[in-house]
Design a protein around this ligand. Structure first.
Ligand code: NAD
Ligand code: UDP
Length: 310
C-alpha cells in the first residue's frame, strides 16, 4: 500500500515509517522538520520505497495514498508553546488537509490525538467517554484545543462525507530516537543522568504519568488503522502509572548516575494525574502493551548512550 505519514521525520513518525517499510509498503513522510530530523529517517532511504516530502501541513498537499497517518505536530510542551499559533494551525489545518486528501483518494485516515484532550483530568483513570477538563485559555490550549478541534473535524468528515477517519488518543510515549532537546520528561531525565547533571523535577514530583514504550504504541496505531470497522476514539498507552519522582529514581538506578534532583516550578496547567483505561483497545484491537517501564527505559538509555557517545 501507499502510506503517507505526516510528521514522519519525528520521534513516533520515524518508528511508524520503519514499521510500514518492514511490512513492504511504499512510504512518504510529509514533514517540515520543525522538531523532526533527517537523521531519524536517513537509514530508511536505502529501501528505495521511502521518501521525504519537505512540506508544512498547514498548506494543502497532494499525493497518492491508501493510508494517511496524521502525526505532524510538535508534541513536547516547550516545543508546542514556542509558536502556539502555528501549533494550533498545524493541528487544525493539518487535520483538514489530511482529511481532504483522504476524501479525494479514498484513503483511510488516522489522527494522532492525545491524552491532553482530557486536560487536567478530574476522572481517574481516563476512559474514552470522559470529556475532559481542558483550560481553553491557558498556555497548553494551543495544543489541547487544537487536538480537540482535529478530533471534531475527523468526526464531521465521517458524518458529512463518509471519510474513514480514525482517532487514536496517545498517552505519554517514550523510546529511542527522542531528540535530546525534546523537553519531555523521559528524554530530559536520561540526558541529564548520562551527562552527570541534576535531574529537573518540576513541582514536588507527585504528579503521575503512564509511560508507553514506542514499539507498543506503534503496534496500537497500526491495529487501529487496519481494523475493519473500529474508528475510535481509542486510548493507546500503557496503564502502568508512576509519579515523576519514581521515574527519576528509575532513571538514576538504571544509568548508575551519581546525580541529585533539582526542583523547578510546576508548569501552568500541568495535569496532576494521567492513566488510560485501555479496555476498548484490548477488546476491539487485541492491543496489549508488552514492554514494562524498566525494560523500555533500559533500551532507551542504551540508545541515548550510543548517540551521546558516553
Ligand atoms: P515529534 O515532535 O518528535 O514529531 C512531530 C513531527 O511533526 C516532527 O517531525 C515535526 O517536524 C513535524 N511537524 C510539526 N509541525 C509540522 C507542520 N506544520 N508540517 C509538517 N510537519 C510538522 O513528536 P512525536 O512525539 O513524534 O509526536 C507525533 C504525534 O503524536 C504528534 O501529533 C503528537 O501530538 C502525538 N502524540 C505524541 C505523544 C507522545 O508521547 N510521544 C503523546 C500524545 C500524542
Ligand atoms: N517534568 C519534569 N521534569 C522535566 C520535564 C517534565 O518533572 O524535565 C514533568 C512535567 O511537569 C509533567 C511530567 O513530567 O508533570 C510529564 O511531562 P512531559 O513534558 O513529558 O509531558 P506532558 O506534561 O505533556 O504529559
Amino acid at each position: 500500500m501507499r502510506i503517507v505519514v505526516t510528521g514522519g521525520a519525528g520521534f513516533l513518525g520515524s518508528h511508524l515509517c520503519e514499521r510500514m517499510l518492514a511490512e513492504g509498503h511504499e512510504v512518504v513522510a510529509v514533514d517540515n522538520l520543525m522538531t523532526g530530523a533527517r537523521e531519524n529517517i536517513a537509514h530508511l532511504l536505502d529501501s528505495g520505497r521511502f521518501r521525504l516530502l519537505e512540506h508544512d501541513v498547514t498548506k494543502p498537499y497532494d499525493l497518492p495514498a491508501d493510508r494517511i497517518y496524521n502525526l505532524a505536530c510538535p508534541a513536547s510542551p516547550p516545543h508546542y508553546q514556542r509558536d502556539p499559533v502555528h501549533t494550533m494551525l498545524t493541528s487544525v489545518l493539518g487535520a483538514l488537509h489530511g482529511l481532504e486528501l483522504a476524501r479525494r483518494t479514498g484513503a483511510r485516515f488516522l489522527q494522532a490525538s492525545t491524552s491532553e484532550v482530557y486536560g487536567d483530568p478530574d476522572v481517574h483513570p481516563q476512559p474514552e467517554t470522559y470529556r475532559g477538563n481542558v483550560n481553553p485559555i491557558g498556555p497548553r490550549a494551543c495544543y489541547d484545543e487544537g487536538k480537540r478541534a482535529a478530533e471534531s473535524l475527523v468526526m464531521d468528515f465521517r458524518r458529512k462525507h463518509g471519510t474513514d477517519g480514525r482517532l487514536a488518543r496517545i498517552f505519554n510515549t517514550y523510546g529511542p530516537r527522542m531528540a535530546f532537546d525534546d523537553g519531555r520528561v523521559v528524554s530530559n531525565f536520561i540526558v541529564q543522568a548520562l551527562r552527570g547533571d541534576p535531574l529537573t523535577l518540576y513541582g514536588d514530583g507527585t504528579q503521575t504519568r503512564s509511560f508507553c514504550y514506542v514499539d507498543d504504541l506503534i503496534d496500537g496505531l497500526v491495529r487501529l488503522m487496519e481494523h475493519p470497522d473500529e474508528s475510535g476514539p481509542v486510548n493507546i498507552g500503557n496503564p502502568g502509572e508512576f509519579t515523576v519522582a519514581e521515574l527519576a529514581e528509575q532513571v538514576i538506578a538504571l544509568t548508575g548516575a551519581k546525580v541529585d534532583l533539582v526542583r523547578e516550578p510546576l508548569p501552568v496547567d500541568d495535569p496532576r494525574q494521567r492513566k488510560p483505561v485501555i479496555d476498548r483497545a484490548r477488546e476491539r484491537l487485541g492491543f496489549e502493551p508488552r514492554v514494562p517501564l524498566r525494560e523500555g527505559l533500559a533500551r532507551t538509555i542504551a540508545e541515548f548512550r550510543h548517540r551521546l557517545g558516553t
